[in-house]
Design a binder for this molecule. Structure first.
Ligand SMILES: Cc1cc2nc3c(=O)[nH]c(=O)nc-3n(C[C@H](O)[C@H](O)[C@H](O)COP(=O)(O)OP(=O)(O)OC[C@H]3O[C@@H](n4cnc5c(N)ncnc54)[C@H](O)[C@@H]3O)c2cc1C
Length: 377
């Protein structure tokens, strides 16, 4: 990747942070199915918890390329940590984009300082890829909004203080910010899943949960077309870079292991079939980083194609990460299958990346739609 010296310095700073505060713990957090939540404050102190927030609200006003580099470095060490920063950024970005000045002042400083951890609640029992069909209801009742529904797989739902919930009101899809202590809200922890095991997922149950009507973000009716789509686009960009980080870490581990592990009297790096696996990782990392960089550039110049570039980057990078992690396990042999091995954790995490923020199939359909639209006379 052809970065300016300033960008290289940012990437080095993020890598130092990940090496110092995250990497040594990622296997233990994965095994325990939870992370040490003190990391929230450590990230916030460094301005890395929700760095996209504007300076006037306590954030770092980080641009898309630096944010991508941060996500790459965090994911190389621990995808669950990257997902904490991703979700915090998704919710903060939506509030910043669609909130009123009063809502900015109410929620953004806490998200930047780590006083509030965010959760994003879209998925339901009957609503996965068809995300616009949410059934959680939002009833306006005087000065209040009442929500009823059950939201599945909420990343960091076990520790979140603030949930951005997408429901449906009589005016259509509606986004509402719901604090965890709102009457009628409860969370049920979800057992750690295949990957992102330390991401402390929860089911969020809204049982006639009441919040002030001015917790609605954006206009009622715009909850999916505007708010949720902004959130998911931000998440896809973060995940794309995270996948580039997974792939690079798999490459580095594989190159190191292949250089020291000897079989048949030679380091396995001398064996041509192992060299092929590593070569493919080199090309995969380069291609994923190139598309991520292209997406970041499109986002920064507010190119109308930025959504397409971001989807393409996420689609490619998540597949590259999965292939690199699978081949990295192969290069490591049994040593890559132990609980402490980073490559088996990357393999499980990479699998999740092909499902969240748009499955492979949904991206294949949407990328094609956007491309046809671009090509239309
Ligand atoms: C670790 C983890 C964390 C998550 N965190 C969150 C979170 O914080 N907040 C949240 O709201 N959700 C979260 N999710 C849920 C995630 O967003 C959904 O899993 C995702 O949107 C896919 O929905 P689904 O699992 O219901 O799959 P489904 O939509 O049921 O899809 C199943 C399969 O059918 C395919 N399919 C569906 N429709 C079509 C179609 N039209 N054409 C072709 N193929 C199709 C899909 O590609 C997929 O292969 C999380 C999930 C995981 C695993």
């Amino acid at each position: 990747m052809d970065l300016t010296p300033q960008r290289q310095e940012s990437a080095s700073r993020f890598r130092r942070f990940a090496d110092e505060h995250v990497r040594a713990h990622s296997a233990a957090w994965d095994a325990a199915g939870r992370m040490d939540t003190k990391l929230v404050a450590v990230l916030a102190q460094e301005g890395l918890l929700a760095p996209v927030i504007a300076r006037e609200h306590g954030g770092a006003a980080m641009d898309d390329l630096d944010y991508g580099l941060l996500c790459r470095e965090l994911s190389a060490a621990c995808s669950s940590t990257r997902s904490l920063v991703t979700v915090q950024g998704m919710v903060a970005h939506a509030i910043q984009r669609w909130g009123t000045p009063e809502q900015h002042a109410r929620w953004l400083p806490g998200l930047a300082s780590g006083d509030a951890v965010a959760g994003f609640c879209l998925t339901e029992e009957q609503t996965g890829s068809d995300a616009a069909s949410v059934q959680t209801t939002v009833h306006f009742d005087g000065a209040g909004a009442r929500l009823t529904g059950r939201k599945l797989w909420t990343t960091f739902g076990q520790i979140a203080d603030l949930f951005l919930v997408i429901g449906t009101s009589e005016r259509g899809p509606t986004a509402v910010v719901v604090p965890k202590d709102a009457p009628g809200l409860r969370t049920e922890p979800v057992q750690p899943m295949l990957g992102l095991r330390a991401a402390m997922l929860a089911t969020v149950v809204l049982d006639d949960c009441e919040v002030p009507a001015d917790n609605v973000l954006g206009k009622p009716g715009f909850g999916f077309s505007h708010v949720a789509s902004t959130v998911l686009d931000h998440g896809r960009h973060s995940i794309a870079w995270g996948c580039a980080g997974i792939a690079r870490d798999c490459l580095e581990s594989s190159a190191a292991h292949a250089s020291t592990r000897e079989q048949f009297g030679f380091p396995i790096s001398e064996h041509q079939l192992v060299r092929r696996l590593v070569s493919r990782m080199v090309v995969g990392v380069a291609s994923a980083e190139a598309l991520c960089e292209k997406a970041a550039a499109a986002r920064m110049r507010r190119d109308p194609d930025a959504i397409l570039e971001t989807m393409s980057a996420k689609y490619l990078a998540s597949r590259v990460a999965w292939k690199a992690a699978s081949d990295a396990v192969q290069v490591h042999g049994a040593a890559g299958c132990t609980p402490e091995s980073s490559v088996q954790r990357h393999l499980r995490d990479a699998r999740i990346m092909r499902i969240i923020e748009g499955t492979d199939q949904m991206l294949e359909l949407t990328i094609c739609d956007l491309a046809f639209r671009r090509a239309a006379p």
